[in-house]
Every structure is written in C-alpha cells, then in structure tokens.
Design a protein around this ligand. Structure first.
Ligand code: DHB
Ligand code: FE
Length: 291
C-alpha cells in the first residue's frame, strides 16, 4: 500500500468533441450568442470541476487533422515527448491560447512501458497541436493565461485509412493505465478522449447527425465499454458519418479506467452532456471519475 501511494494514478477520464468553430466562438467572444449559449452552458459544470479536480498531468488523446502530419507521414499512434507544443496555424493564424507545456519524463516513461507492452508508438519530439487538442482544453479550462497543468499529447490516426480498431484502442488504454501506475511519482493523471460525436464533413451525406446512435454510444461507453470496443469501423461510418470514426479515441480513455482492469468499481458519472448541433457536429461530453 505504501508503494502504491508513491505511484502515479489515473483519477478521471474526460470525453468531449473538438469542433473548431467552438474554439473560434471562444476566441472571438461569441459564447453568449443564442446559437452558442446552450452549448457552453453544458460545460459550466466541467470548468468548475476542472478547478476543483486539477490533475498534475493530462494525457490528451486526440487526432491531428493533417496539420502536424500529412499524407507524407501517417503515424497510427504518436506520443508527444517534447517540453512544449505550440498551437498550430490551421490557415487563419494560430489560436490565441497558451502554449501547451508537456511532461517529457512521464511521456518517455509511458512510451517505454507501452512499447514494451507491444504497442508500437511513434515518438514525437517537435509538433504543433491543432484544434483537436486545443478546443477540448478551452472547453474544460476556459481562457486562462496558462493551461492549469502539463499535457501529454497523444495523436491517433483517424483521418487516413487504415485507422486503428476500437478493440485496439481499448487495449491500448489498458496499457497506458499500466504505464501510468508504474511511474514512480505520486502524480494525479487525467486521460481525455476527444473528437466525435456523429458528423460527416463532406460527400453526399455531409451534415449527417445521428443523436439516437450517439446517446447509445454514451450509454455503452459508460456501462459496457468492452462490448462497445467490438464495434467495427463500418458501423461508425454508416451510423455516425465518416468523421464519426473519431469516436474510437474515446475507447483509449475508457480503457484506462480502473474498472476495466478489474481493480476498481464502475466509474462515477460526474457529468454527461449532449447537444446538437455545433457547426456540423453532434457534441457529446462525459466526465468519469475512478472511485
Ligand atoms: C468540424 C468537426 C470536426 O471534428 C473537425 O475536425 C472539423 C470541423 C465541424 O463540425 O465543423
Ligand atoms: Fe475533427
């Protein structure tokens, strides 16, 4: 027991969409407008919760949208081991948000542990981070001068096929939990799964949203993630649209919770929110606490 007290642990997992227009609404002072108000109301609890439950490190699972990576180089899983990560210029200038401070020591430890646990990660020592990472931080933390703690960016390829299966993501989450729990410093670590929910940005079905399917996804993510992890890609794409596949990233965060390892009770649902639409996307959000 004495040993466990000195080790890092995962305290909670957070799940949220990352729609870039949400970042623009925050940056341009439009959160009070009638279109945006109901969305931001759903995150008021979350911002307070973040203040009361600030971790030592956030392990932030997200996807890069052809910003840092391109078709020239497509890592399936990439872990950010740098000391800092600048907000990327995605075509309209960089977002006016703080530089992301990394945690090279914990990131390197997780890379070592997870790779030895048979998951092949790409090590990234220099990378700008796009809306996939900065919008979730803005939603959870508001507009601080500095983000409240270091962040380890973990990028997943969900843009160019072949993308990893839900099952692999769920297993990877379990390996990340083992890695965190073997780090010899008593850090409180949150793991965030971001992207989704249903949306399709191009093609004949552009604008597709499937609220019933999304809510069933939230139910299953909470109560039976192992079963949800068996869902094939085709169902994500058929039911939740081509960009709905971003949701496999939520299974990484869920796989890192202690009940999955059989070493804890089912997590407490601290917050659940769903809103349609934000831009072209159904917005889903969960906070699950290990207990
Ligand atoms: C939108 C959603 C995304 O996930 C994204 O990466 C870009 C745009 C949208 O709804 O507009
Ligand atoms: Fe996206």
């Amino acid at each position: 027991m004495g040993k466990e007290l000195n080790m890092a642990r995962i305290t909670a997992s957070v799940y949220t969409s990352h729609v870039p227009a949400i970042g623009a609404a925050i940056d341009l002072g439009k959160t009070g407008e009638p279109y945006w108000q109901p969305l931001f109301k759903g995150y008021e609890f979350s911002k307070q919760w973040m203040k009361e439950n600030t971790p030592d490190v956030i392990f932030l699972v997200y996807n890069d949208h052809a910003t840092a990576f391109s078709l020239e180089l497509i890592p399936t899983f990439a872990i950010g081991c740098a000391a800092e990560f600048k907000p990327a210029d995605e075509g309209y200038g960089a977002r006016p948000v703080p530089t992301v401070i990394g945690h090279p020591e914990l990131a390197s430890h997780i890379a070592q542990s997870v790779i030895q646990d048979d998951f092949d990660l790409t090590i990234v020592n220099k990378m700008d981070v796009d809306h996939g990472l900065t919008v979730p931080l803005s939603l959870m933390c508001g507009q601080p001068q500095a983000w409240p703690c270091p962040v380890i960016p973990f990028a997943v390829n969900v843009v160019q096929y072949p993308v990893p299966s839900g099952r692999r993501c769920f297993q990877l989450g379990q390996a990340i939990r083992r890695a965190v729990e073997s780090y010899d410093e008593p850090l409180k670590v949150q793991i965030w799964g971001t992207g989704g929910m249903s949306h399709q940005l191009q093609g004949a079905r552009a604008g597709l949203i499937n609220a019933a399917w999304d809510n069933r996804f939230l139910d299953r993510l909470i109560a039976d993630p192992a079963d949800l992890a068996t869902m094939p890609h085709l169902e994500y794409v058929q039911e939740a649209g081509s960009e709905g596949i971003e949701l496999v990233m939520w299974l990484i965060a869920r796989g890192a919770m202690s009940d999955v390892a059989g070493s804890g009770k089912a997590p407490k649902v601290a917050h659940r929110f769903f809103h349609v639409p934000a831009s072209n996307t159904a917005v889903g959000h969960l906070i699950l606490e290990n207990q």
